[in-house]
Design a protein. Sequence first.
Length: 256
Amino acid sequence: MKHIELLRMITETGRRVFSTRDVLPFAKALSIEASQLSSLLRRLVEQKFLRKLFRGTFALSNTILSGSPLHEYEIAHHLSNPSVICCWSALSFHRLTDQVLRTVYLMSPLGKTKKSTSQYHYQIENTQYVIIRIQPSLFFGYENRFLADIPFTVTDLERTLIDGLVRPQYCGGFFEVMEAFRQAEDQINADKLAEYARKFGLGISKRLGWVFETLEIFPNQSQLLKALPCSSHYPVDVSRPDKGIWLPEWNLRRNF
């Protein structure tokens, strides 16, 4: 039975999530025509050997998985490659939020032909996946980690916090980000944070310095960031309208 032989070949490679394209070499080895492959995969789904995640993408069912159960991060990395877990999901991984999330945030560099950032949303079973496309020059600050025996890539602590200043709307909001800074104080590398902020521009550097001053942490770095020459003004919370109290020493507007 070719569909069972196909399943055996998939499982022997250790693949837990895969696309139709991924199994084309197996189909060829079994003399399965490309036109037949979809029907064989559909049959494996009907017999509950596979789960269909979205168009053209499947996962082994829990009954035949070896090792840990399938994790949302495995599915997320299959949606876009290369990619890293980021924003609110990364805050959760670093234990800087108590919120129970049903959304996985994923960051991926734009292709060479695309110039503007964008977001893509997928609903797979009970979880939503948000892919944030960014400029390749800003695809940095991540590390390879494990959950049980499942490898994945996630933004490091400092990049996660900087992303909270860049896009707080994907991190639970600005006050959630401020709380994350407060909780992470003893783990933060302030010099690394400042260097990451510099790569995003003056607006993020000024926001970071203001956060340090407001939370009364890293006073030396806060003063260095305050002293950076700046002729523009920026909102403290980029996700809110730019209206509020002007902070001339920071070139920021406290817009909440």
